[in-house]
Structure formats: C-alpha cells, structure tokens
Design a protein around this ligand. Sequence first.
Ligand code: NPW
Ligand code: ADP
Ligand code: MG
Length: 271
Amino acid sequence: MQILSEAIVDQVIQPRQQATHKGDFGRVLIVGGNAHFGGAAIIAASAAVYAGAGLVTVATDSHNHAPLHARLPEAMVIDSQRSDLIDAVHQATVVVIGPGLGDDEVTLERVLSAVTAQQTLVIDGSAITLYAANQPALPQAHIIWTPHQMEWQRLSGIAIADQTPETSAIAAAKLPGIVVAKSHRTTIFAGTDSYQNPVGSAALATGGSGDTLAGIIGAFNAQFGAHVTSTLAAVYAHSDISDQLAKTQFVTLPTAIIAQLPQYMAIHANK
Ligand SMILES: NC(=O)C1=CN([C@@H]2O[C@H](COP(=O)(O)OP(=O)(O)OC[C@H]3O[C@@H](n4cnc5c(N)ncnc54)[C@H](OP(=O)(O)O)[C@@H]3O)[C@@H](O)[C@H]2O)[C@@H](O)CC1
Ligand SMILES: Nc1ncnc2c1ncn2[C@@H]1O[C@H](COP(=O)(O)OP(=O)(O)O)[C@@H](O)[C@H]1O
Ligand SMILES: [Mg+2]
C-alpha cells in the first residue's frame, strides 16, 4: 500500500495552457438531489465548479433549481425527470451520480444505461446504496466508487467492523474501476494497487463532506484526465484543505472547503 503525500497534488495540478477554452477543462454532470436532499447536489456541483471543471450541469429535482441558481449561477440545471437527462449524460466528460439521489432507482438506471465507455462515472451516496440493493447493469465506463463505511458494507458485504485494507482489497477487486473506501483514513483501490490517505480529521465528520469529495473527484477527472492519479489528488486535496482550516475551525464545513479550492489549486499548480 502506498501512502499518499502532497506530491500527488503537485503532480496532477498543472498550470493551464493559455490557448484554451472552458470545453478543454471538461463537462461534469451531477445527478442527484431529490426534494429532500437538494443540498447534496448543490454541494457536489459547487465543489466541481470551484475545483475547476470547465462546465457543470446539475440534473436534480425541480425544487432545487431556484436554490441552486441562487448559490451557484455558474452551474446549469435540468430536471432529472425529463427526457433531456440522456442528452446531458451524452454531453458529459464525467457523470457524478448519487449525492442526495435518495431512492430514485429509475434515474440511476436511466443514467447507467446511457453512460458510454469513453466517459468517467463517479458513483456516490444513494447511488451506491441503490446499486448494492438492485445490481443494475453497469456501463463499460471508467468507474469510481466513493462509499463511506456503511455504503461499503452494503456494496461489499463486509461488516464495518471487518473492513480492513486486506478484506476491502479482495472485495474491491470484484468491482469494475476504482474504489475510494472513505473513513478516517481513506483507502483507494485501483486494480492491484492500493493507496492510503494520511491526512484528514474528525473536522470532516459533518454532512456534505462526501458530497464535496464527489464533486472534486468529478472535476479533477474532467480536467486532468481519467487516471487514478486524478482521484488520488482529489482525495488528498479535500483532506489537506480541511486540515489547514481545522487549525482554526472545529468543524470544516463543505462550503468552507469548497471556497478554498481555487487558492489551494493555484498554489499547487506552481510547485
Ligand atoms: N445536505 C444534504 O442534502 C445531505 C445529503 N446527504 C445525502 O443523503 C443520502 C444518504 O447518505 P447518508 O450517508 O446520510 O445515509 P446512509 O447511506 O443511510 O448512511 C447513514 C447510516 O449509516 C450508518 N453509518 C455507519 N458508519 C457510517 C459512516 N462511516 N459514515 C456514514 N454513515 C455511517 C449511520 O449510523 P448512525 O449515524 O445512525 O450511527 C446511519 O445509520 C446520500 O445520498 C447523501 O449524499 C448527505 O450527504 C448529508 C448531507
Ligand atoms: N473522523 C474523520 N477523519 C477523517 N476523515 C473523515 C472523518 N469523518 C469523515 N471523514 C471524511 O468525510 C467524508 C464523509 O463522507 P460521507 O459520509 O459520504 O459524507 P456525506 O455526508 O457528504 O455523504 C469522507 O471523505 C471521509 O473520509
Ligand atoms: Mg456520502
């Protein structure tokens, strides 16, 4: 198991070429936010915008459209229950499904059936829980799972008390793609390789921290490429920003972490 360091962030986040436009930095589609969990989708979308995605669209319940625009005018929005969801999936570089999705199995299956092999698919939150229960067909895409310990229990069948790097590695190998097994010491499994995140603290133990990470992972894969290093850098950056804020803040709120992303990335792009 390789222990991550700040070097992964310096390696992945590079200065931008000047002869570019927003399309060069990827299109991220966030699918989530039912009528009760709209905040999760807004948090994930905000994280994706502030982490540098070229364009962000949110497919979410119509209850969330006005609140989303009020907080994040940079993001576009569509009604997840309408047919143009499929068009939005086809236009995306990366699809992040799950933050606040709740029990919307129909939307999950619509999205899974539309994603293609050339795309990246981040499966988070309720989408993990729904997949674990119903096992819908998965696309051939570059898949990144981001379960917390209970979601990992549902997906892997390993009780939380029995989740170790060894047991989790065996379960992760049975799934397509990368598994980001989130905990107080998040471990990432990619093929036969495994990595551990040495940073982060209980200041992250607040609702929305995982929604934030899902958005950062989406944005990093969209702009830096669908390589495991993009996901590793996102996991490290998320915790590293929290650790810096935690020097003076008892809990590091998702919105506080998100606000620090542009400055953090500027510093590391020039190291
Ligand atoms: N602002 C918003 O809109 C927010 C919306 N959100 C959205 O809510 C949806 C549901 O996600 P979820 O994580 O809240 O619920 P679920 O999957 O049922 O897991 C909780 C159960 O598992 C247990 N548990 C044990 N260990 C655990 C661990 N390490 N980490 C976490 N839980 C652990 C835990 O035990 P307990 O806390 O009761 O002791 C409890 O019984 C999802 O789509 C998400 O995006 C949230 O992001 C929050 C902000
Ligand atoms: N005590 C802790 N130490 C380090 N990281 C933590 C701690 N508690 C939570 N986290 C991190 O916060 C995030 C929580 O994810 P999740 O439970 O999915 O949050 P959400 O409420 O957004 O769904 C994960 O990245 C996890 O590693
Ligand atoms: Mg979560």
